[in-house]
Design a protein around this ligand. Structure first.
Ligand code: UD1
Length: 375
């Protein structure tokens, strides 16, 4: 079989392959998949790389959020970044050759995102990047490298914020760029009433609304050095003097704490296993404070108007800092608190699907593989 998808082969009507593999991607894919099912506008073939594989990092999201099970599960995880990405690249390429989609959808900035985008680019398939244009300007983060490369390969770049659009413009990317909003907001809006009805996390943990904090951290730069880990541990212990602090632990964080001999549990600091989305939503929206290095939680904290402290030296979500809802842990005070204009107000999935449907219709009329830009 030829390893190139030609333009006539690629134009199977309205068919997209989505490549994902990590917890935050399942959260973003869920409002999209739901809307796709409801509108029937595009056929989606889902490929789960297996990057996150623990049932409570993966299966629970599919079950709770009603995401159709992926058509392909690659079971690729662990190893070095290059090794993991390379194995994914090879496997995704084979799937794209046999599925012949019109476009490939990738989310965010993980190794699964990079592998999906590279596989598509090598087959001349258009890439739709959801959450395009985010930058920390810190190339030591694996996620930053992934984002920059994927944005430069993408055909349709769907940005969550004005700033993301500006970031792309500064790198010379203006074609195919759309400001669509943030799918994390859709996910939070769908989940909130369900979580309020179905989650028993507060009584299970003996917590009262607004009288506890939630903390999470897992980023490579925070867990790979014992010094850094010890600094974060001491910061969290201090924070737990003010109020109980619940810490759902990412598997890599649990592993890192164990090998550094750090036990975080104390009178008011309690580590627990990773939570499903509905429990996390309920825990977060009733919290007094969120302390995190996760990009998703910084935004979710804003959607629920819960103040956030970010365990990093910079953030891609600077708006949350500038408008007083978030602060870096190295900065003592919040700025004056205001609503972030135009962010976290409207649903995004419908907009994305309209853009893709119009792009595909246009591409088919002109018999090209590439969804053209919508003016
Ligand atoms: C990845 C993403 C990051 C995202 C995060 C969300 C990259 C480079 N990073 O980092 O952008 O914010 O997901 O959680 O892609 N592990 C388990 N069980 C699991 C998942 C992971 O034990 O279900 C272990 C892995 O084997 C590995 C470690 O945790 O040893 C780190 O996993 P990795 O795949 O690098 O992802 P994250 O750190 O979660």
């Amino acid at each position: 079989m030829s390893d190139r998808v030609t333009s006539s082969e690629a134009c199977v009507p309205m068919r997209v392959v989505t490549v994902l593999g990590t917890r935050p991607q399942f959260v973003k894919a869920f409002p999209m998949s739901r809307q796709l099912r409801e509108t029937g506008q595009l056929e989606e073939v889902m490929v789960h790389t297996g990057q996150h594989f623990d049932p409570d990092m993966s299966d629970v999201f599919f079950a709770e959020l009603g995401i159709n099970p992926p058509r392909y599960y690659l079971d690729i995880h662990g190893g070095r970044h290059g090794e993991m990405t390379g194995r994914m690249l090879e496997a995704v390429e084979n799937i794209l050759i046999s599925e012949r989609p019109q476009a490939v959808i990738v989310y965010g900035d993980t190794n699964s995102t990079l592998a999906g985008a590279l596989a598509a680019a090598k087959l001349n398939l258009p890439i739709v990047h959801i959450e395009a244009g985010l930058r920390s300007y810190n190339r030591r983060m694996p996620e930053e490298i992934n984002r920059v490369v994927v944005d430069h390969l993408s055909t349709v770049l769907l940005c969550p914020t004005e700033r993301a659009v500006d970031n792309l413009r500064r790198e010379g990317i203006v074609q195919g760029v759309h400001l669509v909003g943030d799918l994390t907001f859709d996910a939070a809006m769908i989940a909130t009433p369900l979580a309020a009805r179905l989650s028993s996390i507060l009584p299970r943990l003996g917590l009262e609304p607004r009288r506890y904090g939630v903390a999470t951290f897992h980023r490579a730069e925070n867990v790979e050095s014992s010094d850094r880990l010890a600094r974060i541990a001491s910061y969290l212990r201090d924070e737990a003097h003010h109020r109980p602090l619940i810490l759902p632990l990412h598997p890599r964080t649990r592993e890192a704490l164990k090998s550094s001999g750090i036990n975080l549990d104390g009178e008011l600091l309690k580590t627990i296993e990773p939570l499903g989305y509905l429990d996390m939503c309920q825990l977060l929206r009733c919290a007094e404070i969120v302390i995190t290095d996760s990009g998703g939680l910084q935004r979710e904290a804003y959607f629920h108007r819960v103040p956030c402290i970010t365990l990093r030296e910079e953030t891609e979500w600077n708006e949350t800092v500038e408008y007083g809802w978030n602060r870096l842990w190295t900065v003592p005070d919040y700025l004056a608190r205001r609503e972030i204009p135009g962010y976290g107000k409207d649903l995004t999935a419908g907009r994305i699907i309209d853009i893709l449907a119009r792009s595909f219709a246009r591409a088919q009329r002109s018999n090209s593989t590439c969804p053209s830009d919508i003016p």
